[in-house]
Write a protein that binds this ligand. Sequence first.
Ligand SMILES: Nc1ncnc2c1ncn2[C@@H]1O[C@H](COP(=O)(O)OP(=O)(O)O)[C@@H](O)[C@H]1O
Ligand SMILES: [Mg+2]
Length: 253
Amino acid sequence: MKVISIINQKGGIGKTTTAINLSACLAELEQRVLLIDMDSQANATIGLDIDPTRRKKTVYDLLINEETAFDDVRCKTILDRLDILPGHMNLAGCDVQLSQSANRPYRLGNALRQVNGEYDYTIIDCPPSLGVLSLNALLASSDIIIPTEAKYYATKGFDMLNNMITTIFQQLGHRINLMGILITLFDKRTTLNRIFYDQIREYFGDKVFRTLIPRNISLSEAELYRKPIIKYAANSTGAKHYRHLAIEVLFHE
Ligand SMILES: Nc1ncnc2c1ncn2[C@@H]1O[C@H](COP(=O)(O)OP(=O)(O)O)[C@@H](O)[C@H]1O
Ligand SMILES: [Mg+2]
């Protein structure tokens, strides 16, 4: 099973949109997928039409109480092969609540052992910060995808994330593979977007996905209607590009 964190400490750059739609497109490709919502805003959960406030247990319980049964948290989505571990507002308190706990960075990874072999892919939607939630996500992950806008300042945060990944390897012995940098919210009519894209490809080379995610109104509408793009507007450019991304991920080494 590949476990892929969708991570970038910047907000509003398409992490959640990518987590939902990459998961959905992998499920469409007959993969068994588990989506984990690690963000206290629970946008990935709400975006799949699941109300976090109506769930008895969420990822929060899985992290705080190690006795929590996986099946009390996991729920089905409108797509056959896609399950989700819903997020919750309470996740915002985890940094403080877990601060005294033993093995706190390993809570998610340990919980995932309960479903070893049931999924081909686990996709983790990370919060826009590098606290205990992202640490749990990274320690459970084999790979990361970094979505970024095609703007100069967008890559400024890469160093911090990179340092964290290096520290995790050096101090905790866990190696994480950068699967790719994903350019999101791309507007091909904007010269600066194009210039930045060329620069980032020059710098990161093959580590940049060939698929670009365009700025596409259907993608934000799909969020509003709480559906993955392939269910909301199956023939939109947004759907086409996320399908391409899923194929790139599927054939990644
Ligand atoms: N490619 C896109 N085209 C148009 N709107 C998008 C696109 N990607 C994301 N959005 C919208 O931008 C906002 C932020 O995206 P989101 O995925 O929630 O970012 P993050 O999780 O990084 O904070 C959302 O309202 C979302 O619907
Ligand atoms: Mg988000």
